[in-house]
Design a binder for this molecule. Sequence first.
Ligand code: ZN
Ligand code: ZN
Ligand code: ZN
Length: 326
Amino acid sequence: MELRKDPITRSWVVAGHRHDTCETSGGCPFCPAKMDTRPALLRLPAQGPWQVAVIPHPDPLYRVEGEAGRRADGIYDAMQPVGADEMVIETPEHDRKFEGLSEDQIMLVMEAWRLRIEDLKRDLRFKYVSVYKNYGPLAGQEGSHAHSQVTATTFVPRRILYELRASREWYAEKERCVFCDIVKQEERQAKRVVDTQGDYVALCPYASRVPFEVWIMDRKHNHLFERQRPDSNRRQLAALLRRMLLRIRQVAPAYHMVVHSAPNLRHPKGEKSSYWKTIAEDYHWHIEILPIVETRSKSYSIKEVYYNALKPEDAAARLRNLDILS
Ligand SMILES: [Zn+2]
Ligand SMILES: [Zn+2]
Ligand SMILES: [Zn+2]
């Protein structure tokens, strides 16, 4: 297994691994009976029976030991898949879905994400920490017990690089954060906003790649998901996220959800790399939800031009008008 770089798009591809489902015949490995006997990276709350637990992935894509050992392969680049691959078990209850959790429980899951990002960013080999959730077989969910994933990589994923470059350029030109600008215009126009709660806004982005794509954004500027604003109330975020997923589940059988936060700004030589000089002002964390609907407008990763049959204005109107059935 190794990582290979596409010399044209500059994206890294994991070559030669299936990342198998880890459900064994001996019952669900993520239910309390099995979980209580295995070492965990984190259990929340700190006292009493766990409500959220983080464990190393049983069949990891990335391995924590060693160096990336970036090397040339003729004209190409390859490296060892050094990194971390962790599973966040979101509830001890086997049949409970993420959006069926209480606000308190969703806050606990987000707290686990936050703590794992902070911890993994202390490792200077890791350039980026991804937090994501694949819900449903169409999204490649492994097993049926509710979980999300945290991976730390020695490279910044391509989509994040695009965002970082674009927001850096926007800031260089206008001295404003592009995401703050998006939130302001969307709230003013109110065509693509689906729902709000306190400081948080859920909207269908202007150039949605797939039907019912939703971004959840903080109205107040902050580049790091894991470093909470002192005046923020993550209960509002938990409530909004829960309502949005309850809506999305009515229109799509599966979804990807990804937290986008700034990369690891700690430099191996001690200080912040000058490349990221304005990142605290120019980048803005957010959560993206990419539903998978069975239509002919397809392909999130393969086609280079997205074809989305549903206009985000219409998607937002439909999502707004759905009853929230929990
Ligand atoms: Zn289970
Ligand atoms: Zn901003
Ligand atoms: Zn993003």
